[in-house]
Design a protein around this ligand. Structure first.
Ligand SMILES: Nc1ncnc2c1ncn2[C@@H]1O[C@H](COP(=O)(O)OP(=O)(O)OP(=O)(O)O)[C@@H](O)[C@H]1O
Ligand SMILES: [Mg+2]
Length: 126
């Protein structure tokens, strides 16, 4: 069974047809890399899988459940999240809070028995 199955998705920015039928599959314990020229549609594909863009056609299924149309906030608790390439920080967060930002979603913490407050402490300032 594939963990993630993207089947023939088409994505538009207004009238611009940016993604024209991309399909891919990711199985458990597999690392899949999406490569392509600038403007080929890598970010648009990932943003669509993560729920930030909506495909006009095609399906995205995670663990055999179709995710099309779900917002990112409903996709993350199912166990799939996007780590954006940018290196910006969240200016409103405290320094200890920033690494904690990468912790598990509360729904996953409940399932795994781990707790978000269990973030490694930062070394003391000199
Ligand atoms: N916000 C937007 N509005 C209109 N067109 C967009 C928008 N974002 C991307 N596009 C267009 O969609 C197509 C795919 O762009 P995308 O950013 O997904 O490519 P990419 O493979 O991630 O490129 P890069 O390697 O430069 O990051 C391009 O033709 C781009 O111009
Ligand atoms: Mg990109």
């Amino acid at each position: 069974m594939s963990l993630l199955k993207v089947d023939d998705i088409h994505v538009y920015y207004g009238a611009i047809h940016a993604i024209k039928g991309i399909s891919l599959e990711v199985h458990e314990d597999e690392v899949v890399t999406l490569i392509g020229a600038n403007g080929a549609g890598k970010s648009s594909t990932l943003n669509t899988i993560a729920g930030l863009l909506k495909p006009r056609q095609g399906t995205i299924a995670f663990e055999d459940k179709v995710l099309n149309g779900l917002p990112a906030s409903k996709i993350v608790p199912r166990g799939m999240a996007l780590c954006p390439e940018g290196r910006r920080i969240f200016q409103q967060m405290t320094v200890p809070g920033e690494p904690g930002n990468g912790r598990l979603h509360p729904a996953q913490e409940r399932n795994s028995g781990q707790h978000g407050r269990n973030v490694p402490a930062l070394p003391p300032a000199e």
